[in-house]
Write a protein of this length. Structure first.
Length: 189
């Protein structure tokens, strides 16, 4: 993560042992980083779709991914290839891509990030052994940045400190509203 590092987030949320003064400094650093990140996002406006830019720039809270759950992470040279023997896997025509899907905390929004022209994938995902579900846990934050003029980078930081970071050339962002047909308390059973 370029801006929202685990150390920064942990200190700004008072998840680490620190003095009151250190906590105040961490909060100030955090809000300074938010401003720096927004400046970078403003520069990326012409490189992503309007819905994607609006999402990353403005939609935190109920419309965002805080406390979301990772539904799937797929990376490969043929994510849309159907391996049923009816057509060849054309070795010289495949391009690495990635697809990352989340369900928001309220379970009424499904997010899909299709990343085309993948250049690098770095993950440090691990199961939270101390949790009841033995799962990857909640997403804490995310960021869209640009490591160079040709690439974008999408990073996800989980509350546990786990990360997913992908460098790629093009983002296809989709968000779909779901009509939940179950009560909220059923999410925990």
């Amino acid at each position: 993560m370029k801006y929202y590092t685990n150390d920064l987030v942990a200190a700004a949320n008072d998840w680490v042992e620190q003095t009151r003064d250190e906590y105040g400094l961490a909060q100030a650093r955090f809000w300074s980083v938010v401003e720096d990140y927004h400046r970078e996002l403003d520069g990326l406006k012409s490189r992503v779709s309007r819905p994607a830019w609006v999402f990353f720039r403005h939609e935190f809270g109920p419309e965002g991914l805080h406390d979301a759950r990772l539904i799937s992470l797929s990376v490969g040279d043929g994510l849309d290839y159907v391996s049923d023997g009816t057509s060849p896997f054309r070795l010289n025509r495949q391009r690495t891509s990635a697809r990352i899907e989340f369900l928001n905390y309220e379970q009424d929004l499904h997010y899909s990030f299709d990343l085309r022209g993948v250049r690098r994938v770095r993950t440090d995902l691990f199961v939270e052994e101390q949790s009841y579900a033995k799962s990857l846990g909640d997403l804490f934050t995310y960021e869209l940045t640009s490591p160079d003029e040709e690439s974008l980078q999408l990073g996800f930081l989980f509350a546990s400190g786990a990360t997913v970071i992908v460098q790629f050339r093009r983002l296809v962002f989709r968000r779909r509203r779901l009509k939940r047909k179950y009560e909220a308390d059923e999410m925990y059973s």
